[in-house]
Design a protein around this ligand. Structure first.
Ligand code: ADP
Length: 483
């Protein structure tokens, strides 16, 4: 009963193109990862229908960009209000198709809405510059203009927030968008489109195309009308989209994989560090790109920290996202569970000890026990590859420099975390960690005001924050003789 929508019209089995809800002969099934139940089917758009959506976005562009920023702001604000008003239903859809606990899903909706609110405000603050030219007779005028039609491709792990973090700034800047949500979680995306339509976002400004990425992707990256590709997902797919986008020299933003290290030093507050690791590792059952992937703990506190963490992890309630008090849901699919199993087996083969969990959960299905491994060695694949599951590998260290070296020994550079109290150490280590974001004495770093993004193979560009708008803006310089 908790799964029942207050507003059943938010559950859509049609895609949204040019202000029209469309069907296709073929369909894509959407399953509940907790129960395996078929929730709905959504359209399977082909390449030509994807091109239609791009053309619709292109037709809508002149009108949308010409509106006063204040008007775009007001429409985004209305969208924010509707998302907030329907938070419970959106959270239900997230639990149903993604599996996270309901309380977390509600948190995600608030986080998702915050980007619409923030960029509704920022829309009014886009401003260029006027500069003194070398010659007295002219002026240099710098305008900021929308990039144009944006293609967005989003992942399943945050079915609402990864959409608004792109749509908010794109629409604020005056761009129009074609969104392809992940095939596992299209229902939340379509519900957001219903609310966008109700908010009065004009026809063609925000389109949602559902279906097979191998059919839709090449059109989005190949169509010359698309001027920008914004992607959140795996580094592997990011590389492919970058290569495809190169053919028509599109602007790109890439939020890719991570391999976040956590450093717990002797001077850390251990309870704070345990809470921090739980927050970053076990949120969404470990399925976040900024999840702690490896935890380095200094000698002096290692054993006490490991005991405290294992006890807290043992107490995490596993179950269906709608059940009261549940903190850990299922993983997204069988491949995800198999990957976690393989990482744990490999770590154990390299000498790790299972302190907690370490196997599939007795519930069966896609559930895995929240796990803590101690004595993990650098050879274990779990320290190099993103696990995307509820497993904390602990690595003991003695020397600060050695810990920083191990933390940076990865092709990724999204998030990193450190727990310490000595201010000089915090500055030193915070500066030395190669990452786009560093959590200091906290495992919770994401909000709409801070710039989110990575370095190295974790991506290009930043989302959220005052900087996030620039990703959707181009500079135009007017050399004005006689001004
Ligand atoms: P994950 O491992 O989290 O599923 P992916 O990178 O595979 O990450 O998926 C993220 C998004 O990228 C999804 O919307 C998915 O449909 C899309 N995607 C996957 N493969 C391709 C592709 N070849 N072209 C375009 N989009 C793709």
């Amino acid at each position: 009963a908790r799964a029942k929508l207050d507003d059943p019209a938010l559950l859509k089995s049609t895609a949204y193109v040019d202000g029209t809800w469309i069907t296709t002969p073929g369909t894509l099934p959407v399953h509940n990862p907790s129960t395996g139940e078929l929730l709905a089917t959504v359209p399977l758009l082909d390449r030509a229908q994807t091109a239609d959506a791009v053309q619709a976005a292109d037709r809508a562009l002149p009108g949308w960009r010409a509106r006063p920023a204040k008007e775009r702001s007001r429409l985004l604000r209305r969208w924010f209000d509707l998302v907030t008003e329907h938070a419970a239903d959106l959270a239900r859809l997230i639990v149903l198709e993604e599996g996270k606990p309901y309380a977390e899903a509600l948190g995600e909706v608030a986080y998702a809405a915050s980007f619409l609110e923030w960029f509704a405000e920022e829309a009014k603050r886009i401003r260029g510059d006027v500069m003194e030219a070398p010659e007295a007779s002219r002026r240099i005028v710098v305008l900021k203009e929308p990039v144009g039609v944006v293609a967005a491709i989003t992942p399943w792990n945050f079915p609402a927030a990864m959409i608004t973090r792109k749509a908010g700034p794109a629409l604020a800047a005056g761009c129009t968008m074609v969104l392809k949500p992940a095939e596992q979680t299209p229902l939340t995306a379509l519900a957001l489109a219903v609310l966008a339509e109700r908010a009065g976002i004009p026809v063609g400004v925000f389109n949602v195309v559902t279906g097979d990425p191998r059919e839709i992707g090449p059109e989005l990256t190949g169509n010359p009308l698309v001027r920008k590709v914004t992607f959140t997902g795996s580094t592997e797919v990011g590389r492919l989209l970058l290569a495809q986008s190169a053919q028509t020299v599109k602007k790109t933003s890439m939020e890719l994989g991570g391999n976040a290290p956590v450093l717990v030093f002797d001077d850390a507050d251990l309870d704070e560090a345990v809470e921090g690791v739980i927050a970053t590792k076990y949120r969404n059952t470990g399925q976040a790109c900024i999840s702690a992937n490896r935890v380095y703990v200094q000698d002096g506190v290692h054993d006490a920290f490991a005991e405290k963490l294992a006890a807290k992890v043992a107490a995490l309630a596993v179950g269906d996202g709608f059940d009261e008090g549940v903190q850990q849901g299922p993983l997204i699919d069988e491949d995800a569970v198999a990957k976690v199993e393989a990482h744990v087996a490999d770590a154990v083969a390299h000498g790790a000890v299972v302190m907690q969990g370490g196997k599939r959960h007795a519930r069966g299905g896609l559930f895995y026990e929240p796990t803590v491994l101690a004595g993990v060695t650098a050879e274990a694949v779990i320290t190099r590859e993103e696990t995307f599951g509820p497993v904390t590998p602990l690595v003991r260290f003695t020397d600060e420099q050695e810990a920083v070296r191990m933390a940076n020994d990865t092709e990724f550079g999204l998030a990193a975390y450190l727990f310490a109290k000595d201010a000089e150490r915090i500055w030193r280590v915070g500066a030395a960690l190669v990452a786009g974001m560093v959590g200091i004495n906290t495992g919770l770093i994401s909000n709409e005001i801070a710039p989110f993004g990575g370095v190295k193979q974790s991506g290009l560009g930043r989302e959220g924050s005052v900087y996030g708008l620039d990703e959707y803006l181009e500079l135009k310089y007017l050399a004005w003789e006689g001004a």
